[in-house]
Design a protein around this ligand. Structure first.
Ligand SMILES: C[S@@+](CC[C@H](N)C(=O)[O-])C[C@H]1O[C@@H](n2cnc3c(N)ncnc32)[C@H](O)[C@@H]1O
Length: 202
């Protein structure tokens, strides 16, 4: 089964796989968000995060390769009375427009292999405007002890060193490494080891 088929299958349930409320780390970043501007949500799935960002007054572009997820994203946006732009694409192959977004959000996108990850992160760097805000959260290798969500391949999990190598030249860098009880839809449930990053493109 391809990764695309696997995600289509996961999203075929009536419920929202990751729920309808935004990821807690993203919501905690609210004070950092601009009052207006363009946001890119990378692999945004059913758009619980994209829709919340649109509710904050931001102009949201939500990219993902699952048609099933994006149908649910459109329904959630309609339910909440907001508009988001949905682009159906592979995040490793998308032609990220240069200097286009004020904020780029990457929450739980650890489907990328080590070979694919640099393409995703290079695109995210390129598409952020100078001074633009990066918000990211992913599982750390300690998550393999919890197994409450995320991939089981250790090489897909994020470490501080890995993120420093990719974004160490950014300014206002803040890492949040924590073990927290996360409940997001039916997919993420229980104690989890995560790392968050906020930073601005130099
Ligand atoms: C763990 S889910 C997280 C979804 C969303 N970020 C959230 O927090 O609710 C990962 C998402 O990545 C998408 N995905 C996986 N591989 C992808 C790829 N190569 N290109 C685009 N989207 C992909 C899946 O369809 C899924 O929506």
């Amino acid at each position: 089964m391809s990764e695309h088929e696997r995600w289509q299958g996961r999203y075929s349930i009536p419920d929202y796989l990751f729920g309808k409320t935004p990821n807690y780390f993203l919501a905690a970043c609210k004070p950092l968000l601009p009052k207006s501007g363009k946001v890119l949500c990378v692999a945004d799935g059913e758009a619980r995060n994209g829709v919340w960002l649109a509710e904050q007054g931001l102009d949201v572009t939500s990219i993902d390769f699952s048609e099933a997820a994006q149908a649910k994203a459109a329904a959630l946006a309609k339910e909440r009375g907001v508009t988001i732009k949905l682009i159906h694409t592979d995040v490793h192959a998308w032609d990220y427009p240069p200097d286009a977004f004020d904020v780029v959000v990457e929450i739980f996108t650890q489907f990328s292999t080590p070979a694919e990850r640099p393409r995703k992160w290079a695109g995210m760097r390129k598409t952020l405007k100078r001074g633009g805000l990066l918000i990211l959260q992913g599982y750390t290798p300690k998550q393999l002890e919890y197994r409450t969500g995320g991939p089981s391949e250790i090489e897909r999990l994020y470490t501080r060193t890995m993120l420093e190598q990719a974004f160490g030249d950014f300014r206002d860098i803040k890492f949040t490494e924590e073990e927290v009880d996360i409940h997001e839809g039916v997919a993420h449930g229980g104690m989890s080891a995560v790392i968050g990053l906020t930073a601005r493109k130099p």
